[in-house]
Design a protein around this ligand. Structure first.
Ligand SMILES: Cc1cc2nc3c(=O)[nH]c(=O)nc-3n(C[C@H](O)[C@H](O)[C@H](O)COP(=O)(O)O)c2cc1C
Length: 366
């Protein structure tokens, strides 16, 4: 175990920070051992965490040469909204642990870089503090047990200019995270308390603490349909990996999905999101937005996910490496690195626009 106390966040970016891997090493120096284990860890044996990263190594690109790219750009459109580029900021809870400016810093960096930010239910920065006029923000909802409680958060997001609701559905229970257990991880007691904590229900005698406890407050498809009928915002489900669920999403008023295994933090041994993406793309209409999440560490990973059908990608831990290292400045630099790597990959692949990127740019063995 590392013994030294965490370094203070930096106020300028040193020259040795050039890649996400550089930021990963640097961030560890700025966090306590316990918080580092919370950030890096996945569930059980971390097969899913490793799989999310290694899956990209198996994919080989098949570039085209001599094309005219002078009209090139990275803009995309999802559900009628145009975004400057397809690199979005994933929802990550409790960001005050990583930097005192927490989500306010991440939001500022995302805004400057034109990245759509998905704010977690477990934000330490009140959703009302995010800039009202910035159109690039979605709100991530953890179901609050009861419909009305969930809807009140959604209504608050509507009122504060969020453009979509991302309901995370892959974690009705948190994963078994060995690293956190070994490090005796506990969330800090915040002042003031984040406003969206769910009280865990107490099961009665003879009741199963899991199935008649936590699972009683987990949402079902009927709740998703109900939510979609009670908000003007589009509902996007995060954490879908099974094509059958993608089909059900379409039938329950859902306007898009995020293919994700929660960064390997919930179910270990879960299918890699890149494999799931391919399966899901086979069953949904071509214009149904399918976003990708998990293991993006390079601009070439962004390209690969888009080539396999993603409308946009989410970036989780790398943003927090930036946040822990240097607050808003660090997050902005991380996003800039990924954006530039993606643009250069597009140019080297012979693709002028994101719309042009498709499966033909991936080498298929058979
Ligand atoms: C420390 C941490 C906290 C997270 N908190 C949330 C959360 O509040 N809501 C959510 O939907 N996903 C949460 N996630 C999952 C991320 O949104 C995302 O799915 C995951 O980080 C993607 O993998 P990556 O880190 O390899 O990019 C969290 C992930 C981490 C690492």
């Amino acid at each position: 175990m590392r013994q030294h106390s965490p370094l203070q966040p930096l106020t300028q970016i040193p020259a040795h920070l050039q890649t996400i891997a550089d930021y990963e090493k640097e961030a560890e120096l700025h966090l306590s051992h316990m918080v580092w284990q919370y950030l890096q860890g996945g569930s059980m044996d971390e097969h899913s965490v490793r799989g999310n990263l290694s899956q990209f190594e198996q994919i080989q690109l098949l570039p085209r040469m001599l094309k005219d790219l002078t009209q090139g750009h990275t803009q995309i459109e999802i559900l009628g909204q145009r975004f400057p580029h397809p690199i979005f900021v994933a929802p990550i809870g409790h960001q005050q642990q990583f930097h005192p400016d927490a989500e306010a810093a991440t939001a500022l960096a995302a805004e400057v870089l034109g990245s759509n930010m998905i704010l977690s239910t477990f934000t330490n920065t009140d959703m009302r503090e995010l800039k009202q006029g910035n159109p690039f923000k979605w709100f991530q909802l953890y179901w609050q047990g009861e419909r009305e409680k969930s809807l009140s958060l959604v209504k608050m997001a509507e009122a504060h200019g969020f453009k979509a609701i991302v309901v995370t559905v892959d974690s009705p229970h948190s994963g078994i995270r060995d690293r956190e257990r070994h490090a005796f991880f506990e969330l800090p007691k915040y002042e003031p308390q984040p406003h969206h904590f769910i009280q865990q229900p107490q099961s009665k005698q003879n009741e199963h603490p899991l199935f008649q406890g936590l699972m009683k407050i987990a949402p079902t498809w009927a709740d998703i349909l109900w939510l979609s009928q009670n908000t003007s915002l589009p509902i996007i489900l995060k954490g879908i990996v099974n094509p059958h669920d993608a089909e059900l999403a379409l039938q329950h008023g859902v306007k898009g999905i995020i293919v994700s295994n929660h960064g390997g933090r919930v179910l270990d041994g879960c299918i890699s999101p890149i494999t799931a993406l391919e399966l899901i793309k086979n069953v949904v209409p071509t214009d149904f937005p399918v976003l990708y999440d998990g293991g993006i560490r390079r601009g070439s990973d962004v390209f690969k996910a888009i080539a396999l059908g993603a409308s946009a990608v989410l970036v989780g831990r790398p943003c927090i490496y930036g946040l822990a290292t240097a607050g808003a400045l660090g997050v902005a630099h991380v996003l800039k690195i990924l954006k530039e790597e993606f643009e250069i990959t597009m140019a080297l692949m012979g693709t002028a626009t994101v719309d042009e990127i498709n499966k033909d740019y991936i080498f298929q063995k058979s």
